[in-house]
Design a protein around this ligand. Structure first.
Ligand code: URA
Length: 254
């Protein structure tokens, strides 16, 4: 390859890096950045972050709705701590109310989440939203995050080194939000948070404690889509959570 051919490749890599950085800034709620760090004369050019990607969500919508969460997101940066970074479109930090009393933790982003940058927006997400609403909450009232923040290729299971790299950020999110209850969805959320390798079928439906927060293990919505018969026990688990909040299922008087 000639020296000339190398220049466009380097330029493309730089451009890709710049766009990734702009995406990260957008996810952190930044709307525009000056072109130069030096004092900017009136009318100097400004790069609109929104031009590199769709308009940034409001802070409360991109999962960084408090100073603490924003600091955690900033700490993650344009993360390259594990090999998942190479295949992601967008890092999926979390979504919802930064002061939520109820938090859901899943496994990791799938294809839809990777594209949209928001957890649980695909088929499993639609079921999770129905579960949340059936519990008497709005999706916007709760907080939703995952064990790993980047999509495992082909939706494979996250690997131990990937979980280990990402877990401190989930831990920090839970500490910042301080929910009354965490619902751990599926094997990876339950086993990661509880350090307990017991199969999920044996752990579900029993109150546990995670760093002083009540934790309810239950089945993952994607598992429920594949095994609809398990929706009944999962609903029983969620009713235990509802009871904790003084809520009853619609149509049932307490
Ligand atoms: N499954 C998960 O565990 N998390 C998501 O965000 C989507 C699907």
């Amino acid at each position: 390859m000639s020296g000339d051919a190398k220049i466009p490749a380097e330029a493309a890599a730089l451009a890709a890096e710049a766009v990734r950085h702009l995406w990260w800034l957008r996810d952190a709620g930044v709307r525009e950045v000056p072109l130069a760090a030096a004092p900017r004369p009136a009318g100097a050019a400004v790069v609109a972050v929104a031009k590199a990607a769709p308009p940034p969500p409001a802070l409360s919508e991109n999962g960084c709705g408090s100073e603490e969460l924003l600091a955690i997101r900033a700490g993650l940066g344009d993360c390259t701590r594990c090999k998942l970074h190479g295949g992601r479109t967008r890092l999926v930090f979390g979504v919802g109310n930064p002061s939520a009393e109820l938090m859901f933790v899943g496994e990791g982003p799938g294809a839809d989440e990777d594209l949209q940058g928001e957890p649980f927006v695909g088929r499993a997400g639609q079921l999770l939203t129905k579960m949340i609403e059936a519990m008497g909450f709005a999706r916007s009232e709760v907080y939703i995050a995952n064990v790993v923040k980047c999509r495992p290729p082909g939706n494979r299971d996250p690997e131990p080194d990937e979980i280990a790299a990402c877990e401190p950020f989930l831990k920090a999110q839970i500490a910042a939000i301080r929910p009354r209850v965490v619902v751990a969805l599926g094997r990876f959320a339950v086993q990661t948070l509880l350090r307990d390798a017991t199969p999920i079928g044996k752990q579900r439906g029993r109150w546990r404690a995670y760093e002083g927060v009540r934790l309810m293990p239950t089945f993952h919505p994607a598992y429920l889509l594949r095994n609809p018969a398990e929706k009944k026990p999962a609903w029983e688990d969620l009713q235990l959570v509802m009871k904790e909040f003084g809520k009853t299922a619609p149509g049932r008087e307490s």
